[in-house]
Design a protein around this ligand. Sequence first.
Ligand code: 1OR
Ligand code: 1OR
Length: 341
Amino acid sequence: MCVNSDSQEVHPELEIKFKYLLYLTAAPVVNRYNRRVSVSAEPFNPDEEEEGTEKRVVHPKTDEQRCRLQEACKDILLFKNLDQEQLFQVLDAMFEKKVKPQEHVIDQGDDGDNFYVIEQGRYDIVVAKDNVSCCVGHYDDRGSFGELALMYNTPRAATIVATTEGALWGLDRGTFRRIILKNNAKKRKTYESFIESVPLLKFLEASERMKIVDVIGEKVYQDGECILSQGNRADCFYIVESGEVRILMKSKTMTGKANQEVEITRYGRGQYFGELALVTNKPRAASAYAVGEVKCLVMDVQTFERLLWTCMDIMKRDITHYEEQLVAIFGSSMDLKDSGN
Ligand code: 1OR
Ligand code: 1OR
């Protein structure tokens, strides 16, 4: 079941999961890096940073390793706002780590040592509370994890278990804090007022909005460039920062063949898209293209579920409108859950 315009219900399993996420919001415990232990989105102060972290870390790599590392890191949102020199330093400091099935890369409650970028493999995200463990999501051959303990000086918020053989690239805590956090301080200044103005986010606490800023990345698209494609697997959510985005959809003929793309709507500054596939666990229902130069703030699905579950009611309301307009535009009730194939 996907979207039901009568009941406003969206994906019942997801409702349960969001309720579970609320239940799981546990208080932090003190860790070894305990000068500043907090789950609030405290600003980064470079002067307060731990001693010795100015030291540059370099793990030498072959050309082949460097190529694989660059490929694995090209879509990592936390790296998107780095300048070239900062990115060089990050890539220099990263080290390769192979993992075996069932290996725990991170254990909930531990101190944060490294941030990880996935080159390969599948990893479960397991969260325990009151002795009950639950798999709340997974990573599949891409993405990154382990940023929270390093950003906020908190214990690890989840356990990450490899379910296949895997290959990761690690980044040590010192380099992460020196470069990524310093950059986040800048990001907060840049995006604070914009994020405050996004209607979807206006019911969040200011500290929650800052946590969003900490983990989003900015992506720039040129005129006509495809931002996402109908039928593709989805792993990101988008907020338009500047420019205009066209949403196009292919309907289906009676024989199941896709018709030509029809423009169904446009989005401008402060509006969001790409939520539907994340909420329904389906392929993208439509395609998105840049009109002129477009800047979007992009969030991965794990962050979307972790930080935006409180905005679900607003998104559900908008999704209900899609179904009504689907009938108005295509003249028949095509189920959104099938529209991506
Ligand atoms: P970390 O340093 O705390 C565990 O170490 C990592 O798991 C964490 O950083 C994130 O990178 C990653 N809640 C907390 N951490 C998560 C979650 C998550 N998902 C991935 N990580 N939630 C799951 C959302 C699908 C919310 C659960 C309550
Ligand atoms: P997505 O993850 O499926 C495509 O990727 C995005 O286009 C989708 O999330 C929505 O954010 C956005 N039907 C389906 N998706 C729509 C629609 C829509 N409008 C915007 N999106 N409509 C019904 C189809 C005619 C609404 C038309 C106004």
